[in-house]
Design a binder for this molecule. Structure first.
Ligand code: ACO
Length: 440
């Protein structure tokens, strides 16, 4: 099949191709290349007979399969590059704010001063939740995991905004976007206060996004709670680093569930579910538990030896995509120092630093390209802020909401996307005759 000129989905004419010979039949096929990839469906024409279904790619965990075209986040794992809409993460962490980055991810451009003011005003004035949402959260057990509470309450928001399923309406999508970003800190803080048995604190409008979150988490009897601006800033930097990370596990969950055309609250609650897991957003929780268990610097060699024997993982190390370094880990180390300047040094940081130094010089970790990821350090900041381990993934979820929405918005406007439905390689038995129970 000769296809020297092929019209790619981006409208570009492409002339590169692969020539594939099927050694079963001796037939040769020319598979067009678009931007350096092939369309998996092109493989379907490779058959041994007319009755044959055609060739499929088998790719458990999507190690080498792109599920979408996306213009949100660029990631080069080999070179340790992360860009949101083309802007390097280092520049955004240094100069921007979380709300500005959220705007960038969602609208594709940095806002003008007027746009940023309008956006900030809209987010700030949508932070309240319906009183029944509060009552819904009060129904959880006293020791409920706050991530489970967040998951449930974000899903429940879809029942408070039933029009959110009108996802083809641009204005409707925009209002749900604002609500999600605005209400996520409120729900997260309510979950935290619930577990502590403290009254929920309502949002205030004179504080920044992260300043208000700190107020909702920590305000007690003060008439006006004034968060330390250095802590609010460090949290803002942390949120920028966590805002998006292209097609990771939770974003893929949001896209998969969103592909059924469900409302964004339900799709994002699926993302929260994926983020809950210890190999993803739960990793920072596990890092802290691991550091506490190691306890002293003298215990590090024995712990590392156990990891190398396969007894356990070095949590906060390794990444599916980054194979040299995680650029976010470098920035976060600096944020750690800024926070400790206010809160006092967390002794676990010294264990973490020494553990990283030992691991980075060890052949086991070098040969497997295992480096500290962002969550090796983020838990230390959250702990310094006085948060329990169970709140770490919740904080991550607040930050990732802007990225999930940006990806969801891209999905629902992408004419190439359909409901997600992977194929399988069936390995079970076939065509067995049913035996009544008394004959088995
Ligand atoms: N400690 C010890 N060994 C490890 C670790 C680790 N943290 N991570 C990977 N390895 C080893 C594996 O055992 C495997 O060794 P082998 O080749 O001898 O079998 C090899 O390195 C390759 O690892 P995979 O599991 O195949 O890598 P994958 O890309 O599937 O996993 C993951 C990536 C899940 C992040 C993994 O490195 C891990 O479990 N890390 C710890 C959990 C963690 O920190 N997660 C946070 C990720 S960042 C985020 O979600 C924000």
């Amino acid at each position: 099949m000769a296809t020297p000129q092929h019209e790619g989905s981006g409208g570009r004419a492409v002339s590169e191709s692969l020539t594939v010979t099927d050694n079963r039949t001796g037939r040769t096929y020319e598979i067009p290349l678009e931007d350096g990839h092939i369309r998996a469906l092109e493989l379907r024409q490779i058959k041994i007979s007319d009755a044959d279904f055609g060739l499929m790619a088998y790719d458990p965990a999507f190690m080498n399969t792109a599920s979408c075209r996306s213009a949100v986040t660029y990631l080069d794992g080999e070179r340790g590059v992360l860009e949101y809409r083309g802007y390097p993460i280092e520049q955004l962490a240094e100069q921007s704010t979380y709300l500005e980055v959220a705007y960038l991810l969602i609208f594709g451009e940095l806002p003008t001063a007027a746009e940023l003011e309008d956006w900030t005003h809209k987010i700030t004035t949508h932070t309240f939740v319906h009183e029944n949402v509060k009552r819904y959260m009060q129904g959880f057990r006293h020791d409920a995991h706050p991530m489970g509470m967040l998951l449930g309450s974000v899903g429940a928001l879809s029942t408070f905004y039933p029009d959110a399923n009108e996802i083809q309406d641009r204005h409707n999508r925009e209002i749900q976007t604002i609500r999600l970003i605005a209400k996520m800190p409120t729900l997260a803080a309510f979950a935290y206060r619930h577990v502590r048995g403290q009254p929920y604190v309502y949002p205030v409008n004179h504080l920044t996004y992260c300043g208000n979150l700190l107020s909702m988490l920590y305000k007690m009897t003060e008439v006006n709670y004034e968060p330390d601006p250095r802590l609010a800033h460090a949290l803002d930097v942390l949120f920028i680093l966590h805002a998006d990370h292209e097609q990771n596990c939770s974003t893929s969950a949001v896209r998969t569930v969103g592909s059924s055309r469900v409302d964004p609250y339900t799709a994002i609650s699926a993302g929260i579910g994926a983020l809950y897991g210890p190999l993803h957003g739960g990793a920072n929780e596990s890092v802290l538990r691991m550091l506490r268990r190691i306890g002293t610097r003298e215990n590090i060699p024995a712990f590392v030896a156990g990891v190398k024997e396969g007894k356990e993982l070095l949590m906060g190390f390794g990444h599916r995509v980054y194979k040299n370094f995680d650029p976010r880990a470098t920035i976060i180390k600096k944020a750690c120092e800024d926070v400790f300047a206010v809160t006092g040094r967390n002794p676990l940081l010294d264990i973490a630093i020494e553990l990283a130094e030992i691991a980075l010089e060890d052949e086991y970790f070098i040969s497997r390209k295992l480096y500290p990821n962002v969550d090796f350090y983020s838990g230390l900041i959250y702990e310094a802020l006085g948060l329990p381990d169970t709140m770490f993934p919740v904080m991550f979820a607040i930050a990732r909401t802007s990225g999930w929405i940006a990806q969801w918005l891209e999905l629902v406007q992408d004419p190439e996307q359909k409901i997600t439905r992977p194929r399988q390689v069936y390995t079970g038995q076939r065509e067995r005759a049913y035996l009544p129970v008394d004959q088995r």
